[in-house]
Design a binder for this molecule. Structure first.
Ligand code: GLN
Length: 216
């Protein structure tokens, strides 16, 4: 178990406290860089004053405050993560409270139940996720979401061959649904799953929400 001396949410991650003199402490937020759109997450993190770290080795998990699993191809991410010994180490870190967020394929990687998915996956979050659930005709679309507890109006969300969250366990809080009721964002303690890609838009509110999870 690793003790974290740094506060998870650095003062300079808050827009109101962006200091320009002394170099402030920053949260080190890992992005799993094995496959997928990890660089967009790194850019967004840097834009809000966090230190984004490209994580490819299990030992790097000891030196970060939180981890994002990007969108991409969940089967590839799962296979590579197991091959490099990341899954077991990630489970250890998540069980001792490290915030973890999965976007799209990353949400699949986090789910405890993914019917028909060739394993391995991290299986951390008590949700069932159905892959490629919107079908071929609308495999990519955008939607404005009302996100529970998120100020500033609807969040414009980009979905690309997205999964649906079809079951949320009793400890899971649903954060956003499509108009038809489909769950597309959920949180369980310090675990966050979104079916869509906040890293592909210029709206940083989900990244800020994720940074705040370590403080609750
Ligand atoms: N369809 C992909 C999968 O099942 C996820 C797509 C994405 O991350 N944009 O892994």
């Amino acid at each position: 178990m690793v003790s974290r001396s740094r506060p998870f949410l650095p003062a300079n991650a808050l827009p109101s406290a962006a200091g320009k003199d002394a170099p402030p402490k920053t949260a080190r937020v890992g992005v799993l860089g094995l496959q997928g759109d990890f660089s967009e997450h790194l850019i967004t993190l840097r834009g809000i004053g966090a230190e984004g770290v490209d994580v490819r080795k299990p030992e790097q998990l000891d030196d970060i405050d939180a981890l994002i699993i990007p969108g991409g191809e969940s089967t590839t991410i799962g296979k590579l993560a197991q091959h490099y010994g990341i899954i077991s180490k990630l489970r250890e870190r998540a069980q001792t409270g490290m915030p973890v967020w999965g976007t799209c394929a990353g949400a699949i990687f986090l789910a405890k139940d993914v019917p028909g998915h060739p394993h391995p996956l991290a299986e951390l979050m008590d949700i069932t996720v159905e892959r490629n659930a919107f079908g071929r005709q609308i495999d990519s679309f955008e939607a404005d979401l009302d996100v529970d507890g998120m100020p500033g109006g609807p969040f414009h969300a980009v979905f690309i061959r997205a999964p649906k969250i079809t079951r949320a366990g009793s400890g899971v809080e649903v954060l956003a649904r499509l108009h038809d009721g489909t769950v597309v964002a959920a949180r369980e303690g310090q675990l966050l799953a979104t079916s869509f890609h906040p890293e592909l838009t210029h709206d940083e509110r989900f990244h800020r929400l994720f940074l705040s999870l370590g403080k609750r």
